[in-house]
Write a protein that binds this ligand. Sequence first.
Ligand SMILES: Cc1ncc(C[n+]2csc(CCOP(=O)(O)OP(=O)(O)O)c2C)c(N)n1
Ligand SMILES: [Mg+2]
Length: 354
Amino acid sequence: MSTLKNQGVTDAEHAGHLLRQMLRVRRLEEKCIELYSAAKIRGFLHVYIGEEAVAAGVMEALAPEDAVVATYREHGHALLRRVSAGAILAEMYGHAEGCCRGRGGSMHLFDAATRFYGGNAIVAGGLPLAVGLALADRMAGRQRVTVCFFGEGAVAEGEFHESMNLAALWQLPVLFCCENNLYAMGTALGRSESQTDIALKAAAYEISAWAVDGMDVLAVEQAAGRAVDAVRSGGGPHFLELRTYRFRAHSMFDPELYREKSEVAQWMERDPISLLQGAMQEAGQLPEEDWAALQADVDAEISTAVGFAENGTPEPVSELSRFVYSDRAEDGGYTGDGGTAERDTRSGKGGAEG
Ligand SMILES: Cc1ncc(C[n+]2csc(CCOP(=O)(O)OP(=O)(O)O)c2C)c(N)n1
Ligand SMILES: [Mg+2]
């Protein structure tokens, strides 16, 4: 059921904020495609275009101390978790100013300061990581939530089932967010799974799970708010199946022979940005000049970020073996903070780096 249609947009300022967040992700990734085509960004690149309402809605429910784990389609998650567009682009350029000093690239964005735990290229690889983070919080008595984003392709992996089971058995504070965009590379969900109702799979592990219209940012925000509250107050793991669609190819190397253009066009009619923009305009909450100003603001943010990335510097080869092993052992090993102490040398804060 569409929240946008049925409830209208009640809080114009907040709706404007959500619109801005989705547009920031869209414009950042449109720029990434351009830069990739110009060979400024190399390696793999998977864009989230079409799925922005999922990250934008879920992030609203989180507190700064919560943790986020994502997949290789994670530029938007990092941006909305407050990793700057400049640090993200510089990372894709392979520059030292990037959030991982240019060592991770598009698929491995990571930022300890915002508790953004990747950027994981292995399908389902983020799930056990999220369960481990939640276990650490449980053992340390912290009231934090770990949110784990993953594609529906992950449900075919053993790690999915192992993670569901342990999270439920130990009642760990994790919110699983399955971004069901119907395809895992070229494989449609129904070609690989006998049970395509993903929320039901989680329910089989005694996890509260429900499906949400992932193109409706207000519906996502509402569901995520409810789920995060339940997890934080000790209700054990929760699971959202966010029904969405990617408008672009799987990655930059994908001729898209597995789906009809008409199917893509049909989903594009439910573009999450246009849906919210349209609902706000209909409610008289988005005058033309405000919409133009919002777009200009976002364009300016992205163009500043491109400038930052362009002016960055590659890591010197002499630094190549740095970080292969943690510097931490030298200062006493495990500190009991779950490995999340701020070590962000980009900002000069904290850190035990030699
Ligand atoms: C364990 C593992 N197997 C295979 C791959 C290759 N691979 C990369 S992306 C992908 C599809 C994943 O689809 P899904 O989980 O639905 O995420 P989406 O790309 O749709 O966001 C596959 C099979 C991989 N990265 N990891
Ligand atoms: Mg998928």
